[in-house]
Design a protein around this ligand. Sequence first.
Ligand SMILES: Cc1ncc(COP(=O)(O)O)c(C=O)c1O
Length: 255
Amino acid sequence: MYGRAAELDREGVDLIHLELGRPHADTPQHIKDATKKALDDGIVHYGDFRGSAHLREALSKKLKDFNGITAAPDEILVTNGLTHASFASIFAAVDPGDEVILLGPYYPQHIGKVEMAGGRVVPAMLDVEDNFSIKRDLIERSITPATRMIILINPANPTGRMYSAEELQIIADLAIQYDLLVLSDEVYEMVTYGEVPHISIASLAGMRERTITCFAFTKAYSMDGWRVGYLTACPSSYKTAQISAWAKRDFAHLY
Ligand SMILES: Cc1ncc(COP(=O)(O)O)c(C=O)c1O
């Protein structure tokens, strides 16, 4: 938030924040209680940099039951929110000169990360007249020999679109045909309406090994200020193995 709006915010004026998705609810009481207990129990020191084994085991079960993604605890990295998860993923996978297709309209924060990694964002704008549906030609025409990754935000911010299995299959087919990675930002996976289920693209055939899926507790549990997220990639795949290699290299000097 900038300028006059930032001034009003500092003065305590009750503003509606359209620049970020701030959940309106409080963090659930059982989460606060468990956190207070953990502090009182002295759980305040360095832990496993990948996230505690206990948490990654619970996340492994959640990924299987809710997202249809088979991920061992060792294939999960706990991060400081989705921002850190996507930053780590982009820095691991995008090299200078790589092109990254970003489905639009998009959440702009991912652009800076790609550019910091030396990559170039190629927006693929979905059509408002077509209810922002994913259409093969809209994306395929942006693919060049330099394309490395497609960034998908599902459910989408700012449109609120939840992509169907058929739409996700279009991305999967393109990723497999052109040998691309997909970074799937699923920060809004629990903010859905009606009976339509959220579908994780990594649950589609052939996609686990070429998808880095980023999640966070941010919107799901109204924990935006807590900064907790996680990602899962598939270390057995040469495509996503760099994520864990990067994480290990980055933290190795601490131990
Ligand atoms: C699509 C999207 N991705 C990521 C984020 C940031 O998530 P976090 O606060 O967990 O870093 C937001 C926040 O509004 C968002 O809308």
